[in-house]
Design a binder for this molecule. Structure first.
Ligand SMILES: N[C@@H](CCC(=O)N[C@@H](CS)C(=O)NCC(=O)O)C(=O)O
Length: 337
């Protein structure tokens, strides 16, 4: 660990983007006994602490699932709340093992930042919210608007593109913390609140009177959100990647936290997923019951989606594009064989 930090410090000192790209995260994690997971500073449904400091959400479930795969215990996770601006440095420096925090997979982040995206646990896109009394029904009517947003996000970049492309003027008011953004918008300091649509669903819960606001119909970008690891550690990358795939495969196969025990005697594919046949866990550096533990302790992708952000939660998000490929969406996982 000391070496990693030193190499990052040296890298920063001589002016290149250093990555603490050392192999062995899985061994480090096993040794220390927990997964250090970078999350948001509180985004309902995705990564949010309760009054007792217990974290939950769709992104938190990825951390729990990785811990379930490694330790057979989804509680062996420690959480580091990070702003958008801080998140990549925390991962590069080795302060966290995984970043699982509504983070968009982009070319720059996946290459120049020395990071690897391990999958997509939520396909999203950027939207706009305005006060109804602004009298606007399309984002194309926002010429001259002031726009509240977060620093260090794709959101900022997309706004710049969108307004330029449509020859509209705008003024950005950016904050580091998500709550500062929503509070400023709610206080009337800007006309528009823009972020990923998931963030609009989550943050509208914090408005004094949500019925006074509308979400405009335009979705102006692609925001594939997923967990991120450092480059240079294929073993850890594989584990996080296949953890996400296991949850999607379990949904597709109808394997749930409720029936996972009986499914051990199910189809050949069920047996492979649940470690009754094959060495799929061993090949990842963990026990063959890795996916059994994920599904038993965290659930399949549908269970996680519905529990955290689905129609019966305060966010009330439909599966939409996040439905399985076999049900009209684009969630698709390669097979375990
Ligand atoms: N997906 C975008 C935006 C992510 C982002 O950080 N959005 C803000 C606004 S919703 C946020 O989640 N903030 C939560 C926080 O800072 O705790 C990205 O990766 O750049």
């Amino acid at each position: 660990m000391k070496y990693k930090l030193l190499s990052v410090a040296l890298g920063a000192a001589i002016g290149f983007t250093a990555s603490a790209a050392t192999a062995g995260t899985l061994d480090d994690v096993k040794k220390k006994g927990f997964v250090q997971c970078g999350v948001s500073q509180g985004l309902s449904g995705f990564s949010n602490p309760d009054a007792k400091g217990n974290w939950s959400g769709l992104d938190v479930d990825v951390c729990r699932a990785v811990a379930a795969a490694v330790f057979g215990d989804d509680k062996k996770v420690k959480y580091t709340p990070l702003s958008a601006k801080e998140r990549f440095t925390a991962l590069q420096s080795g302060e966290i093992d995984i970043l699982s925090r509504n983070t968009t997979w982009t070319a720059t982040r996946d290459t120049a930042l020395g990071l690897n995206f391990a999958g997509v646990n939520y396909y999203d896109g950027q939207g706009f919210m305005v006060r109804k009394d602004l009298g606007v029904s399309s984002a194309l009517e926002l010429n001259g608007a002031s726009v509240c947003t977060n620093t260090g996000t794709t959101t900022e970049l997309n706004v710049a593109d969108y307004f330029r492309e449509n020859k509209m003027k705008y003024e950005v008011i950016a904050f580091e913390k998500a709550d500062e953004v929503i509070q400023a918008y709610d206080a009337g300091r800007c006309d528009v609140f823009t972020t990923d649509a998931s963030g609009l669903y989550a943050q509208r819960l914090k408005l004094q009177d949500a019925s006074k606001h509308i979400v405009l119909p335009e979705i102006i970008s692609k925001e594939p959100l997923g967990p991120v690891v450092r480059q240079g550690d294929d073993q850890w990358f594989n584990l996080v990647k296949w953890t996400v795939f296991a949850m999607v495969n379990a949904e597709e196969m109808g394997v749930t936290s409720a029936n996972v025990d009986s499914k051990k005697a199910g189809s050949p594919a069920d047996k492979r997923l649940l470690g009754v046949e094959g060495n799929f866990g061993k090949n990842l550096g963990v026990g063959n019951d890795w996916a059994y533990n994920i599904v038993k302790l965290v659930g399949n992708y549908a269970e996680s989606f519905n529990r955290n952000v689905g129609p019966d939660t305060p966010l009330g998000i439909a599966r939409g594009v996040n439905a399985l490929w076999s049900k009209g969406g684009i969630q698709y996982a390669p097979p375990i064989r």
